[in-house]
Write a protein that binds this ligand. Structure first.
Ligand SMILES: CC(C)(COP(=O)(O)OP(=O)(O)OC[C@H]1O[C@@H](n2cnc3c(N)ncnc32)[C@H](O)[C@@H]1OP(=O)(O)O)[C@@H](O)C(=O)NCCC(=O)NCCS
Length: 169
């Protein structure tokens, strides 16, 4: 098992893993309205289970969005194959994506369970509005640069893919 950056040929295996983890209805989630273009190159990471295993054991991706005009990184989906959950891969994928993004991006957000994502520093964001019907308590943010979320609020909108994961925004 090896964590590495997502590569060109991983796309189908990542989609298969996401379908397994979230069910095929996942694309109806409101967050997918913000994920129409390609994910940010270099943020995506996978857990490669090796040639003997079919498919991937874990994956994370991220998309560019704008919040009240400010660029932000929409992190996720993150998924770990049920056979390998609880082994630390979810945390390792999150650390890898955030570590790559911290070189360039100032702020990250995601939609998820606050008790899980608090361990990575994510906390509820006030006044940041995901497309409905997202539960506002599940909209969580992380400042990758000090104070980066201060004064940033408004609807979350899709943003053009401007750069790679570690490029300065
Ligand atoms: C959520 C997920 C990515 C975590 O991956 P993982 O490799 O199992 O996580 P780790 O091994 O790094 O961490 C496991 C810890 O996270 C906790 N955890 C996992 N999901 C949680 C949740 N939704 N809420 C609170 N804690 C959670 C576990 O209880 C465990 O806690 P411990 O460290 O105190 O024992 C994985 O369970 C998964 O793919 N789930 C299905 C898809 C999903 O829900 N993705 C997240 C969308 S918000």
């Amino acid at each position: 098992m090896r964590l590495r950056q997502e590569e060109e040929g991983d796309g189908a295996a990542v989609e298969t893993l996401y379908d397994l983890a979230f069910g095929p209805g996942r694309r109806a989630l409101s967050s997918y309205r913000l994920r129409r273009g390609p994910p940010v190159r270099g943020c995506g990471h996978v857990v490669d289970a090796g040639e003997a295993a079919a498919g991937l054991a874990g994956a994370i991706r991220a998309w560019p969005v704008a919040v009240g005009g400010a660029p932000a990184l929409l992190v996720g989906p993150v998924a770990v194959h049920p056979a390998h959950q609880g082994e630390g891969w979810g945390g390792a994928l999150m650390a890898a994506a955030l570590g790559a993004a911290a070189a360039g991006w100032r702020r990250a957000l995601l939609v998820g369970d606050a008790p899980y994502y608090a361990r990575f520093g994510f906390a509820p964001l006030a006044g940041v509005l995901m497309p409905p019907p997202t539960d506002p308590a599940r909209v969580l943010g992380l400042a990758l640069a000090p104070g980066a979320w201060e004064g940033v609020a408004g609807p979350v909108l899709p943003a053009p893919l401007a750069s790679g994961c570690a490029d300065t925004i």
